[in-house]
Design a protein around this ligand. Sequence first.
Ligand SMILES: NC(=O)c1ccc[n+]([C@@H]2O[C@H](COP(=O)([O-])OP(=O)(O)OC[C@H]3O[C@@H](n4cnc5c(N)ncnc54)[C@H](O)[C@@H]3O)[C@@H](O)[C@H]2O)c1
Length: 374
Amino acid sequence: MTHSTHTSLTRVGVIGCGDISAQYLETLSKYEAVSATTLSDLDESKARVVSERWSIDRVLSPDDLFADPDIDIVLNLTVPRAHYEVAMKAVEHGKHVYNEKPLAENHEQGQALLKAAKQAGGRMGCAQDTVMGQSWQFARRLLDAGEIGEIVGGVMNMQNAGMEMWHPNPRFFYSRGGGPVMDMGPYFIHAIVMMLGPVVSVTALSRKSFNERVVTSQPNSGMIIPVEVDTHCAAILELGTGAFITMMMSFDCQGTQMPDVEIYGTESSLGIHTPNNFVVRPDGSENIYTKGKADHDWVTREPKGGAIVNGRGMGLADMSQAIIENRPHRASGEMALHALEVMVSIERSSNERRTVEIESTVDRPDPLPDGWSF
Ligand SMILES: NC(=O)c1ccc[n+]([C@@H]2O[C@H](COP(=O)([O-])OP(=O)(O)OC[C@H]3O[C@@H](n4cnc5c(N)ncnc54)[C@H](O)[C@@H]3O)[C@@H](O)[C@H]2O)c1
């Protein structure tokens, strides 16, 4: 297993230079001890564009990147369908791996990845790391301080009209491994597990409202995409604590006024913006708010503390530091596998019209120290 020591840089090889790569490269550029040194994409021209933009000169084929002894961690930013194959190859070449979500297309693949990484002595990390951002860490602090009380339940909502109006290549959102639950569920499930602990059962219904989607974004405007997955879902997630969370995920909804996330406790209710974002927005369109027993109305809360850098890639930086410090990392493969089991169980629950028990469990990751960086 190749890895750096505290005296050297953790060297990251990025596979998949599409839409999300810019956010990772921006975040990584702000850390001192971890750096993206090499780029790769099935479509080399995409890697070349990113290479130019971020002044990262080394562009290799995926196979050459896997075999490169100068890479410590493979950052897998490919489409969901390729996550398993790319991650497994990286493990087989002795690399640590950090994946975009979902960890894999199905639970068996996810289990195989974790097992292989363990056998190889390497780390497996996976987004989501938005829960390491200032907003969610602040919300966790309110919970841990007992301000919300004993948790009764909550709601999580992510409903929109689809992705074909903004993403340049939206096919994967409607292919196996996509859909609103697999695409957006990881943010919400990681957030709720980070705050309240693991899920023990799932009861859900889901449906597909359109057999095809018409792309309106550029450069593929007019393209017809077949829909292979359910695109509207309601689920109840039972937590180990006995609280339960109602979750709505949809690409078939033309508008909603439901909150992103609310958690209801015996002392207060807590509202938080979508775990797709790391921080409260300066324009006030998204914030954190509470309403306690004595409050007549909701009180907007100013998040304090948190990490110095907030952005996609925090989980990768934490994993790099954790390798050096020989401690667990927060955006872990275990957390992602638990989320994956919850997500595939939502589909199973709907198909089989029954409650599905969740077999895996995971500990809440430690809160991030204030002022954290790497
Ligand atoms: N776009 C977003 O806003 C966003 C946000 C959060 C997470 N994500 C996640 O990030 C991942 C990538 O999304 P994206 O929007 O960047 O997709 P994208 O289609 O824009 O880019 C994916 C890239 O991966 C490359 N690729 C596919 N298979 C490959 C393989 N086997 N080997 C090497 N390269 C391969 C493609 O050529 C493409 O350039 C997905 O898992 C997605 O869920 C995306």
